[in-house]
Design a protein around this ligand. Structure first.
Ligand code: ATP
Length: 238
């Protein structure tokens, strides 16, 4: 398993103010697998992603990433592991406006000690993989939303990442552009054996996943196999 969450629990605050964002969540994601996480607002989807990616520390439970329980590591070790193994894609892209596309993508590698020239080469390769190699020297403000999200995906897959965590990655995109971005995530899992988690509100987007899990009030309340894709759903209406 690339990601194995065991009895994951996250409580914010204490006493009467305590909010159980996650309660005893068990979830394992294998190499090549894309899992969609759905659930109402406030059900714990983002908390699940931030704990899985080492950006938040759970109150209880284990977070095994490629076999290492990151909850037992020091902050600096988590940060190093995150830069090497984990890629994030957010709804609002989170790109640095003062850096070009290639510089944004190269940044995690450079922070990890990779030499600038090598990092640049990897960044260009990642941008080419997401079909915007020709935009390497462009700044985010001079790009469309779809192009910016491709830069963010390139940054999430650059190097040898094993785990891709996407929080509503299509939220700011029109539906065709969104579908293209999901296709990219799907391809990464299929072709590169990356494990992916996709948080989404949209059942059509969840249809790209191998399986869908549902959260309610921080509890994993069920899961299903792949959802039928849109064509199948439409055929059912004839
Ligand atoms: N830093 C925090 N302090 C206190 N409560 C928090 C904090 N972060 C999240 N919560 C609470 O934890 C619960 C889960 O929040 P989370 O953001 O994970 O839900 P979500 O399913 O991602 O919601 P949305 O779909 O609206 O993004 C919510 O009740 C939220 O208010």
């Amino acid at each position: 398993m690339i990601l194995d969450l065991r009895q994951l629990t996250r409580v914010h605050g204490t006493g009467e103010q305590a909010v159980h964002a996650l309660r005893d969540v068990d979830l394992a994601v294998a190499a090549g697998e894309l899992v969609a996480v759905m659930g109402p607002s406030g059900s714990g989807k983002s908390t699940l992603l931030t704990c899985a990616g080492g950006l938040d520390q759970p109150t209880r439970g284990e977070v095994l990433v490629d076999g290492t329980d990151i909850t037992t590591l020091k902050r600096s070790a988590v940060a190093a592991l995150r830069r090497r193994l984990i890629g994030y894609v957010f709804q609002d892209f989170n790109l640095i406006p003062a850096l070009t596309a290639a510089e944004n993508v190269a940044l995690p590698l450079e922070l990890d000690g990779v030499r600038a020239r090598t990092a640049r080469k990897h960044a260009e390769a990642a941008l080419t993989e997401v079909a915007i190699g020709e935009l390497a020297d462009r700044f985010p403000d001079d790009m469309s939303g779809g192009q910016r999200q491709r830069v963010a995906i390139a940054r999430a897959i650059v190097g040898d990442r094993r785990l891709l965590l996407a929080d509503e990655p299509t939220g700011a995109l029109d539906s065709d552009t969104g579908e293209a971005v999901l296709q990219l995530l799907r391809d990464r899992c299929d072709q590169h054996g990356i494990a992916g988690i996709l948080v989404t509100h949209d059942a059509r987007h969840a249809a790209w996943a191998d399986r869908v899990v549902y959260l309610r009030d921080g509890v994993l309340v069920g899961q299903s196999g792949p959802l039928p894709d849109a064509d199948v759903l439409l055929q059912g209406t004839h």
